[in-house]
Design a binder for this molecule. Sequence first.
Ligand SMILES: [Zn+2]
Length: 277
Amino acid sequence: MANLYMRFPGGKAKCLTLSYDDGVINDRRFTALLKEKGLKCTLNLNSGCYAEQEFDDFTSTHRRLTKEAAIGLYKDSGFEIAAHAVTHPFLEQLTPAECTREILEDRLNHEKDYGVTVRGFAYPYGTFNDSVIASLKACGIVYARTVWSSHNFDIPKDWLVLRPTCHHEDEKLPELTDRFISGTPGSSPWLFYLWGHSYEFDFHNNWEIIENFADKVSGREDIWYATNIEVYDYVDAYKRLIFDAGMTRVYNPSAMTLWFEYDRGMYSIEGGTSMEM
Ligand SMILES: [Zn+2]
């Protein structure tokens, strides 16, 4: 029986993405490090929580950027801007209408401020229920990150209950990192999904965690470095590939070049084209 495996751009079988919350002043050092190392991140921001004035006390928690500083730092940075609700509430405790407003207004605000289309989300405090998920869907949000570590590299199945691999302070991080670097994915490709808040590096005085992680995972030919929405869009487009019943022909109705392995051969197919296999 011939096997069919999704592969990432370039035929790569590994992908790394990061997700950091709240738009804090420590993101300056954090995003500079990621840029230097060529890593991609999604920043989950609350459009109603910007600081009134600039802070320079890096050891306090949750020192947020001013709106002007946030726009200066994140706009056109190559990182993804995602919603995190306007006021960072416990969404499941709001009425459905108020919950929907928190999500939709945050989306609208970010889209105006950063000039992008926002479709990603991280749950404030990691809490939600079915009603919150319904609100996200109604607002056009396609994925939402929880705070539940999966401790694995599986491609998410339920993108609105997205489980990261781990938080950067997870005791399993070194072991997971080594396994990700040295291991070989089989059928399913691997996604390493790291999350946290950059103020934690100053507050706990442990910038070496992310510096060591970045050193280990960066600059590798076999890893695709992507934002959350880039991973979502790629997997979504892959799911829409149309194969004939005999697996001799494939059509890619998306606008993206897609990669897969079939019967031990590597294939790539451009968007909007058909191909004999
Ligand atoms: Zn948060």
